[in-house]
Design a protein around this ligand. Structure first.
Ligand code: SAH
Length: 237
């Protein structure tokens, strides 16, 4: 496993992309092309697009994969997991309709990329990861980006974070056949939860659940393929 991607060269206090491994002009062009592609795909939310623009995806990848950072594909990360496809991150973030007053819970920190974007748009983000290695890497990357609104927790996201509940927004970035009841219980009234629901290793439905006056209402956004939500913390890594 490579930890070279947590490299920080320091500097750039006001620029959130300061202190990162070298970014070439070709990298910047590829990143700009990706944003353009997302805009053409119908992601019109400018706040979401600028958050994606501000978070260098390469930082969340191991060194050999960094040159693929601007490709609109999921890519492997440490611990046999994946970083989501940018267009999906954009779609999920737009569907969350975040405000800077929102308290957000993310299950499945993975690389920390989605958490970084949430952290730029929400007031407070808690993200839970079952692999300690991933939680530690994500924490370092968020620190490099000087994103202070995100707290990374190592634990079982299926239990949520009862001490910090309720949350205005909950996003689960791993799939399960059912939405964990603890998460629905920790959703604030007027809140919104997004999760890929469906069988392991197959196509799932990305569902949006809204809680109004204690009543849950759901709709399906799109078919997706996410890694599975697994109960408990990882016993290794
Ligand atoms: N949001 C991530 C991608 C998520 S991949 C990113 O932006 O990179 C899904 C992640 O969910 C994996 O890292 C996996 O380890 C984690 N996961 C699966 N089950 C979990 C659980 N019960 N609690 C916390 N994390 C879990």
């Amino acid at each position: 496993m490579s930890a070279g991607d947590t490299d920080s060269t320091g500097g750039g206090a006001s620029d959130p992309t300061g202190g990162l491994p070298a970014v070439t002009s070709a990298d910047r062009e590829a990143a700009a092309a990706l944003i353009l592609k997302l805009r053409r795909q119908g992601i019109g939310d400018q706040r979401v697009l600028s958050a994606l623009e501000r978070v260098p995806r390469a930082l969340f990848l191991s060194a050999p994969l960094q040159r693929h950072a601007a490709e609109d594909t999921a890519l492997p990360i440490e611990c046999g997991q994946t970083i989501s496809q940018p267009s999906l991150v954009a779609m999920i973030t737009a569907a969350l309709d975040l405000r800077d007053t929102h308290r957000v819970l993310e299950i499945g920190t993975g690389s920390g990329y989605q958490a970084a974007i949430l952290g730029l748009l929400a007031g407070e983000v808690h993200t839970i990861e079952r692999y300690r290695t991933l939680a530690d890497l994500a924490r370092t990357r968020l620190r490099t980006l000087k994103i202070t609104t995100v707290e990374v927790h190592h634990g079982d996201g299926m239990e949520g974070l009862p001490d910090q509940a309720p949350f205005d927004r909950i996003v689960v970035t791993a799939a399960a056949p059912e939405i964990p009841p603890a998460l629905l219980a920790q959703l604030a009234d007027g809140g919104r939860l997004i999760m890929p629901r469906g069988p392991k290793g197959s196509v799932q439905d990305l569902v949006v659940v809204e809680k109004t006056g204690g009543v849950l209402q759901e709709r399906v956004l799109t078919p997706v393929r996410f890694v599975p939500l697994v109960e408990g913390v990882a016993d290794r890594l």
